[in-house]
Design a protein around this ligand. Structure first.
Ligand code: NAP
Length: 313
């Protein structure tokens, strides 16, 4: 007989861990499933300085570790699992079904489900990107920056991640070229100010990488200026790509409503289109993806799941 949880949470980033803290404090029987192959975006962020309470900033990994410690202390059970599918099992009472969460080697039964599966970096799909992944192509400055000490680096993107991580990379690299496809950055103004005053960084506007070149490792990038329609080749040892995110929601396609980009649609209480299933954090449809919004979402999701379970018991 499989154990029955009050709530299963998918995802071990700030959203999942906060949902865990709230659920376990409500004395709900809580299981959190984390997939180590899909690290939370926060854990790959070098420095977080807009989460209140840390005026000097804190690394994303340290902040997430603190959340995890807190969740464990309140009694959340943790398991490593790659969730493949979500289904509805036998009736629990009346017409209410048990939710079956199917992972690679195990199935978990729960009365409610909170999806906090986050998002992953988007690939550009250009020639050389896959071939040189781990050989100069990276999507995580915190993980790979030390390999590029005194080297030339190209950073792709104009959002918060690209600018923040380009600034972090200045601690290691000799020179950084930030390639952006438009003539205006998307990043928060304070980050832009820092970027423009950093001697090691130059910005190449209206440009995108077309091909990553090299023999064993990255040696250069073929870049096209979209306005002038001119190509040139820039030498570099590393290409850091921060071109936005893709939601980790494939396993719930057809189970809950997704928006055009694949993010989960929720109401203001984090309820999805399906009874008993809630979503929070980067995987949900929203205009702002921050640690603080993920935590706020998660508090609502946990509260809503708790109310739902109380109502069906
Ligand atoms: P983002 O905001 O979606 O920015 C992606 C950037 O990549 C944009 O500048 C975009 O250009 C560019 N881009 C997209 N596709 C491209 C392509 N095929 N070729 C070249 N360039 C391409 O993604 P993000 O920076 O990863 O941020 C994701 C979310 O996390 C955002 O909500 C962000 O605010 C948040 N975040 C917050 C913080 C913070 O608060 N400290 C830090 C990191 C991330 P366009 O501008 O032309 O679209």
């Amino acid at each position: 007989m499989l154990e029955l949880y009050d709530v299963v949470i998918i995802g071990g980033g700030p959203a999942g861990l906060t949902a865990g803290i709230y659920s376990s404090r409500a004395r709900s029987k809580t299981l959190l499933l984390e997939d180590f192959a899909l690290p939370a975006q926060a854990t790959t962020t070098s420095q977080i300085e807009n989460y209140p309470g840390f005026p000097e900033g804190i690394s994303g990994l340290d902040l997430t570790e603190r959340f995890k410690k807190q969740a464990k202390e309140f009694g959340v059970e943790f398991k490593q699992a790659k969730v493949k599918n979500v289904e509805f099992g036998p009736n629990y009472r009346g017409s209410t079904s048990i939710i079956k969460i199917e992972a690679e080697n195990e199935t978990y039964n729960s009365l409610s489900l909170i999806i906090a599966s986050g998002a992953r970096p988007k690939e550009l799909g250009i020639t050389g990107e896959k071939e040189f992944r781990g050989k100069g192509v990276s999507y995580c400055a915190t993980c790979d920056a030390p390999f590029f000490k005194d080297k030339e680096i190209i950073v792709v993107g104009g959002g918060d991640t690209a600018v923040e991580e380009a600034l972090f990379l200045t601690k290691f690299a000799k020179r950084i070229t930030l390639l952006h496809r438009r003539d205006k950055l998307r990043a928060t103004k304070i980050l832009q100010e820092r970027l423009f005053s950093e001697q090691k960084i130059s910005v190449v506007w209206d440009s995108v990488p077309k091909e990553i070149l090299g023999r064993e490792k990255v040696e250069a990038v073929r870049v096209i200026n979209l306005k002038a329609e001119k190509e040139r080749t820039l030498s570099c040892s590393g290409v850091f790509i921060f071109a936005g995110l893709l939601p980790n929601t494939d396993f719930v396609k057809g189970i809950v409503e997704l928006d055009k980009k694949g993010y989960i649609v929720v109401d203001s209480r984090m309820k999805t289109s399906t009874e008993g299933i809630f979503a929070c954090g980067d995987c949900r449809s929203t205009i702002l993806r921050q640690v603080i919004t993920a935590c706020g979402d998660a508090a609502f999701a946990a509260f809503s799941a708790q109310q739902y379970v109380e109502q069906i018991l």
